[in-house]
Design a protein around this ligand. Sequence first.
Ligand code: HXC
Length: 257
Amino acid sequence: MSYAYIKVAVEDGVGVITLNRPKILNALNLQLMDELVSELERMDQDADIRAILLTGNDKAFAAGADINEMAEASAIEIMKRDQFAVWDRISLISKPIIGAVSGFVLGGGCELMMNCDIVIASETTVIGQPEVKLGVMPGAGGTQRLTRAVGLQKAMEMLLTGEPITAKEAARYGLVNRVVPVEAYYQEALKLAKQIAQQAPLAVQVIKKSVHKAQDLPLADALDYERNGFYLLLASDDRKEGMQAFLEKRTPRFTGN
Ligand code: HXC
């Protein structure tokens, strides 16, 4: 498959998607989002891929939705585009998505990052929701996911001022997992993705879904969901292999069954 605005590669069970509109800081136009989500869904179905790495370049993960595409469009035109439908499909991806981010992570870029399950950021990363400065507000989850991630007060400050925070501050608030030098963020994220790609695929996917339930469901329902996931995994071949390998003191060979 050839794409205009993303690059795709596979390495040791990790599907790598690189946002590729460097001249305008990976601004997210409609076609880029279509390509990205189509590829995420394709990788989700590809048994050879067990984790997904999503990245941009050192200067920008993504500086937001493409303002050129929005500037002239009327409210009704934008509503009819239904551009958020494609975003909604990202949360249905069952394989873990690891974000490797650097530079500008703004607006839709921040919303995209918040769809990643684990994020490694470079020291040069700045993260924000600057929509208020354009006279609008986030539309792809910014007010909701940011608030869940960093808490009410910090989210209010970021969303109402539009000012970005540094990667270090983002790590303190749990918005990214860790911050490393710009030379290292991609390799660090790839290493992590490869490590996850070695785990039992079904367990990884059920865990991912179950963790999301912690934010989406009341505790009793989420615990119920977790327990059912636990029982389900006991029926997998990989559970037998994992426990047998432990007893035989060898590395397990997981098949995803
Ligand atoms: C279109 C963009 C862009 C964007 C940057 N560019 N961000 N084009 N949409 N979101 C373009 C610039 O126009 C410029 O193109 C080139 O990228 C380089 O940007 P500069 O501004 O020259 O770079 P710099 O001075 O380093 O400033 C970087 C920046 C600034 C701070 C990131 O570009 C900026 O503020 N960008 C807008 C960020 C933003 O408001 N994002 C939120 C968008 S709204 P030329 O052709 O001049 O070289 C949004 C809503 C989400 O995301 C809704 C859900 C989808």
